[in-house]
Design a protein around this ligand. Structure first.
Ligand code: ATR
Length: 283
């Protein structure tokens, strides 16, 4: 039987762990597949995706800077992608692409199942309003957080994300420069690419409430600054994005193959490898 063909599109993606994760899932489930990296700019995306489909590609993961473009190029959108406005998983179905987004399900699975955390009722601060923030917001709301306060360096992007959700009772926007005066939260999520691109967030300790959960979607070296801030701020539960990376991959695998792979082996192996990579869980 010929191995089905999968790929990750984005730029830069050379450091991506996705091929390793999907190869491990394939080995564990006995499914034959080929998963490769296709470095692709926005200008190249349409043509490369068409070529991939023509060559028999059956599924793809999409990362920056292509998640919004992927959303626009799908004829059918699963509810998670429709609500997020960004697509990270494509599945070929009857000569067309179906778009979905597994980032939010991956994050919630990691926090609830791996770390045993109850997200219900948490007043949540989300830092960032790019593709990663958009991907996780619907799943967090569905998981029962009390509210999401969006803060982004470019305020207009947070406004757009909030408007997309049309739920002013639960999704609020505040200015980044006011972050010292917005009170404290039960959950603080770093969904920026600051760690990844070498920027500093300069966060006050005041945003971390008592027994707060702090999560960054970055992992490896990119997560270090935020994790250090969270521990110094006294957050009780502090997590990086490695678990989410593995879980969003497992969700994509389930969409493509109809089986959700066990994730602990590959998670433990990647954790043991340490923090050389400096990436986002959404890559
Ligand atoms: P991703 O898919 O990783 O979310 P993105 O869509 O490019 O990638 O979004 C990156 C996010 O990180 C944005 O919210 C960005 O803020 P801007 O919208 O103002 O650009 C945020 N970000 C990146 N570097 C940052 C920094 N040094 N300080 C604060 N926010 C930063």
């Amino acid at each position: 039987m010929k191995a089905k063909s999968f790929a990750l599109f984005g730029q830069p993606i050379a450091q991506s762990l996705s091929p390793r994760i999907h190869a491990e899932f394939a080995r564990a489930t006995g499914i034959m597949l080929d998963y490769r990296l296709i470095p692709t700019t926005a200008a190249e995306f349409g043509q490369r995706l068409e070529r991939f489909a023509a060559d028999g590609g059956t599924g793809a993961n999409i990362t920056q800077p292509l998640k919004e473009l992927a959303y626009a190029s799908c004829s059918t959108l699963a509810p998670a992608a429709h609500r997020a406005g960004v697509v990270n998983t494509l599945t070929r179905n009857a000569d067309a692409w179906v778009g979905d987004n597994t980032d939010g399900a991956g994050l919630v699975h990691d926090l609830a199942e791996r770390h045993g955390l109850d997200l219900r009722g948490r007043r949540t601060l989300i830092l960032g309003a790019g593709g990663a923030a958009a991907g996780i917001l619907p799943a967090l709301l569905d998981a029962g957080i009390d509210s999401a306060t969006l803060v982004n360096r470019t305020a207009a992007k947070a406004e757009r994300l909030s408007e997309r959700h049309g739920d002013p009772a639960r999704v609020h926007v505040r200015y980044w420069q006011d972050v010292s005066n917005i009170g404290s939260f039960d959950c603080v999520i770093d969904a920026t690419s600051a760690g990844h691109v070498g920027g500093a967030l300069d966060l006050p300790f005041s945003i971390a409430g008592t027994r707060a959960l702090a999560v960054t979607l970055s992992y490896g070296a990119a997560a270090a600054r935020f994790l250090g801030w969270a521990r110094a701020a006294g957050c009780t539960d502090v997590h990086d994005g490695l678990g989410m990376l593995v879980e969003q991959a497992a969700e994509s695998f389930r969409l493509w193959h109809g089986v959700r792979p066990a994730t602990e082996t590959v998670y433990a192996a990647l954790r043991a490898d340490g923090g050389d990579a400096a990436l986002l869980a959404t890559d």
